[in-house]
Design a protein around this ligand. Structure first.
Ligand code: SF4
Length: 347
């Protein structure tokens, strides 16, 4: 029954695949960059990031030689900054241990920072045509529907999905096969309205036969946490005061204005006084509300109240606390919420 699964899929892919910049190369470095970026956001959002990245760091050597701050700056807006740090760490190891070439041995690749099963499978199958399966959100949803698997689309489903993929993976051409599956999931077996009439795999699909395609996978209820915070804009003539976040944890190593979460029972003013005392060891003299910014991060929605602040004494300056002119903000990687505050301030 599954004999023609791969052939049908590939016929569809040849006619329907989108023309994407990373589909014009077999360079494992470029495929690696595109695959890591695609784990962050949509294809349309990735294209300008990918083009800029490849222009700035055309090879793994260029990436390894770049300062981390420059790498983070280029990643700014994509989120999950650890992924950018891992790209940089892995590039250094590829230069040091593998003569600048991404190794072909999956065990060696998996040992590099940031290379999980998905990234390893995609880079090795697409660049070197190695017969490895890959499971991203599109493939997981597609196969769950093909097999009419109960439950939510999470990694617990992957062993069954992988068993199925191993049955249909062609011995040659794994890279195109994997890309075709992801493309079919993205374009036809879509999250909300699967287009079964245009699907080349409808004859293999149990959900379609049982008319269950709209209920598989089971939907997750998404709870987005609200975080309320105060942000202190401290100015000295044309200079703004910014500080670097710690090197681990959320938004690590990014630069931002002082401030932080409002605690339960605190007013915004009380939170500002406490944050400035805790972070900078100085006293807040006055605070004037400027504007509010709401920003969605992957894990939460931030409600940021921005204040023009005067302090009793000047804040400290060192390698992680600086006075910066707006023209130089471009040198500092920042969370998206901070860049939105800057565009409002500059306006
Ligand atoms: S037939 Fe419908 S539900 Fe089944 S794989 Fe195709 S698009 Fe998805």
């Amino acid at each position: 029954m599954l004999k023609y699964f791969s052939r049908d899929l590939m016929c569809w892919y040849v006619k329907n695949k989108r023309d994407l910049p990373w589909r014009h190369t077999k360079d494992p470095y470029k495929i690696w960059i595109s695959e890591v970026m695609l784990q962050q956001t949509t294809i349309n959002a990735v294209i300008p990031y990918y083009k800029k990245w490849i222009k700035t760091f055309p090879t793994v050597h260029d990436l390894a030689q770049a300062p981390l701050q420059r790498v983070l700056k280029l990643w700014e807006g994509l989120g999950y900054y650890n992924r950018a740090k891992n790209l940089h760490k892995a590039a250094l190891l590829i230069i040091k241990n593998y003569n600048g070439q991404i190794p072909k041995n999956p065990i060696n690749v998996r040992s590099l920072p940031g290379f999980g099963p998905y990234t390893t499978g995609s880079v090795l199958s697409i660049a070197y045509n190695m017969p490895l399966t890959i499971i991203d959100a599109n493939v997981r949803r597609l196969v769950m529907r093909l097999l009419a698997l109960p439950g939510q689309a999470d990694t617990k489903q992957d062993p069954i999905i992988n068993q199925f993929l191993l049955k249909v993976l062609p011995p040659k051409g794994a890279g195109d096969f994997n890309q075709a599956l992801m493309e079919l999931g993205a374009l036809v077996c879509r999250v909300k309205d699967p287009d079964c009439k245009s699907c080349p795999q409808d004859k293999y699909c149990h959900s379609h036969k049982e008319n269950k395609q709209h209920t598989i996978p089971q939907r997750k209820s998404k709870i987005i946490k609200d975080v309320h915070a105060v942000i202190a804009i401290i100015k000295n003539n044309d200079f703004y005061y910014i500080q670097k976040r710690p090197s681990s944890g959320l938004l690590a190593d990014l630069w931002e204005f002082p401030g932080g979460k409002i605690r339960a029972g605190e007013s915004k003013k009380q939170a500002l006084i406490r944050e400035i005392k805790e972070e900078l060891g100085i006293k807040l003299i006055s605070a004037r509300h400027l504007f509010d910014v709401n920003h969605f991060y992957t894990q939460f929605k931030a409600h940021l109240s921005v204040f023009d602040c005067k302090t009793g004494s000047p804040p400290k300056t060192d390698s992680t606390h600086r006075w910066v002119k707006p023209i130089n903000f471009i040198k500092y990687p920042m969370p998206s919420g901070t860049t939105r505050i800057i565009s409002k301030l500059i306006k």
